[in-house]
Design a protein around this ligand. Structure first.
Ligand code: MRU
Length: 348
């Protein structure tokens, strides 16, 4: 896929028969790639957020399956399919909310079931295809969303739904890249995205790498930004869209959607169809990940809260479909999403 000056960042790479992940825990200060040759370390990398973002963890898991198959086939050319199930379960247990993880593992499992020979090159081609298709979907979503954004718009994004969170180019940031390249945007705002700071650490870094100016706001400044009519769209990604159009995304997304509706700001969710979970009927059925209290109570190892305080740390929330103006997928736009429209798009 073409890389242009507004699309230079890649977080996942397969080279020399190994998986390389850009360590997102160290950004923006340090740019360091880690090398992976065993599946347990790949699962830990997902849990520990070396790699994060729904499509990115799906792609990483697909390469993790390749690494697992290499070892299991060496172990036993007859029993490798049974043996690898343990590895698939370990990958699936790495994080609970993003459906892309389970979608990618399932796609690899279906192929495993159909293979009769040495699986490694076949599975590697499939993992690369998952990666390439994700980038292509992101470019397509960028093109599709261009028509929704007026010239001289300003937008706010939340968390990091960019190259770092996907195979490349990004979902929400893909739309922002496309709009920036087309000259439609006056300003891009990113909120910090507490507590892990995906906005200030990752989104700001990624946009600046690609020469797209970005203005950070504190999370609590978003409603004032809208009240002062400084933005016309909020553009976010998603970790899982239920069959009725409810959207799970980074904690704080729901706050933004409520405030956007109140202030007449449009709310756009950008996600490939691999994020739509037809097996999850509504937002209530989406498992929400809770992470360690320490992610809230300290920053880079330094305490930032009164010693002894406890913390409640859900890292995703669910925005009801009724607060979403449009979902952008690579298969088309869904305005005012509901169950019937989601079904129609997924059947098409
Ligand atoms: O906890 P994270 O950083 O994995 O959460 C990521 C998000 O919530 C993103 O907005 C989402 O995965 C969409 S990424 C294209």
């Amino acid at each position: 896929m073409t890389i242009n000056k507004h699309d230079t960042v890649r977080a996942i790479e397969w080279k020399n028969d190994r998986l390389y992940l850009l360590d997102q825990r160290l950004l923006p200060d340090t740019r360091k790639e880690l090398e992976y040759t065993d599946v347990a370390s790949v699962a830990t990398a997902i849990t520990d957020m070396v790699v994060r973002g729904a499509p990115a963890i799906g792609i990483t898991a697909a390469f993790g399956v390749v690494i697992a198959a290499r070892r299991r086939y060496q172990q036993s050319t007859t029993d490798w399919k049974e043996l690898i199930e343990e590895d698939l379960s370990m990958l699936a247990a790495s994080r609970p909310t993003a459906i892309n993880l389970f979608w990618a593992i399932e796609r690899m499992r279906e192929l495993i079931n159909a293979i009769d020979a040495d699986p490694v090159s076949i599975l590697l081609n499939e993992a690369k295809r998952i990666h390439d298709e994700d980038i292509a979907a992101n470019y397509r979503m960028g093109e599709l969303a261009l028509g929704l954004i007026q010239d001289h718009s300003s937008v706010l994004t939340h968390c990091n739904a960019g190259s770092l969170a996907t195979g490349g180019y990004g979902t929400a940031l893909g739309v922002i890249r496309a709009c920036w390249t087309a000259g439609k945007l006056d300003s891009v705002y990113a909120d910090e995205t507490r507590p892990w700071l995906q906005g200030s650490r990752l989104t700001a870094w990624e946009l600046l790498q690609d020469q797209i100016p970005v203005t950070l706001i504190a999370e609590g400044a978003a409603s004032m930004l809208m009240q002062q009519r400084m933005i016309s769209w909020i553009i976010v990604g998603s970790d899982r869209i239920a069959a009725n159009g409810d959207v799970a995304n980074k904690i704080g997304t729901y706050n933004l959607a409520i405030s956007a509706r109140y202030h007449g700001v449009k709310f756009m969710v950008v996600a490939p169809t691999s994020t739509i979970a037809m097996q999850t009927p509504t937002g209530k059925d989406i498992p929400i990940e809770f992470r360690d209290a320490d992610e809230l109570l300290s920053l880079s190892g330094q305490p930032v809260a009164a010693s002894g305080a406890e913390a409640w740390n859900p890292v995703f929330d669910v925005t009801p479909a009724s607060l979403v103006d449009v979902i952008v997928t690579e298969k088309g736009l869904i305005q005012a999403p509901d169950e019937a429209k989601i079904h129609a798009l997924m059947r098409a």
